[in-house]
Design a protein around this ligand. Sequence first.
Ligand code: SAM
Length: 281
Amino acid sequence: MSGKGVLYLCATPIGNLEDITLRALRVLKEVDLIAAEDTRHTKKLLNHYGIKKPLLSYHEHNRRQRGRELLSRLLAGQKIALVTDAGTPGISDPGAELVALAVAEGIPVVALPGPSAAITALVVSGLPTSSFCFEGFLPAARGARRRRLEELKKEKRTLIFYEAPHRLLETLADMLEVLGDRPVAVARELTKVHEEVWRGKLAGALEHFRQHPPRGEFTLVVGGAPPEDEEGSGAGLSPAAHVALLVEMGYSKKEAIKEVARQHRLPKRLVYEEVHRGEEK
Ligand code: SAM
């Protein structure tokens, strides 16, 4: 074993203080030092569990200098737990930078899994979870935000965004304009007393939050690009005509039936039967 320390990435609750693992509590008790995004915030969690440990801040504004300091402590053999205000360190916070520094120095990094707002929102959204795309915060400036949304327009996977309450309305409006009226779940204050998940479409969400000014923490889960945006899409075509189009494009009949069934959300057998009926006429 090297004389190097260990950097533990310690997931903490995103609201409900009970959402912390037994392992995280043990490690927080065992380490030499806890690096926290906001030491006052983390103190509340530690007090709740009767943990007393030296705390050092590590956040967006001191990450360069503090990162070097934490690194030299790790190289000297200290065990350090990194925690953020909420959720899993490294997701939309400076944690990933410290991990990169530690990895570059060959310092062992151990992740202690736990809550993350992105995954929590995704699983309650009711939208497809089989593949998804985490975008974090969109740019704050309108032009850059819309450009990013344009880039995402064809993304078929479910999209997950973090957003600040004071930007929620403008972001929903831009999403509606650029992406179209897609399904959305607006997850607010997850795991907290005022937890709420608004489900519907972007236009409805915009109207709802115009009437109920956004407060608290928000994660948005937005449906991916609809099948109509796909290459060779048969928007407006019957399944049989769509199969014919794909065959013309070079698909085998079997592949075309499979693809049309997927895009039209129909059982393959139904598409096959329709194609077959058309051929018999
Ligand atoms: N590392 C964290 C994680 O794993 O969830 C995310 C850090 S990011 C700086 C904080 C953002 O996460 C908030 O601005 C909000 O968009 C989202 N968030 C955090 N807690 C939330 C909650 N309880 N409900 C909904 N969204 C939340």
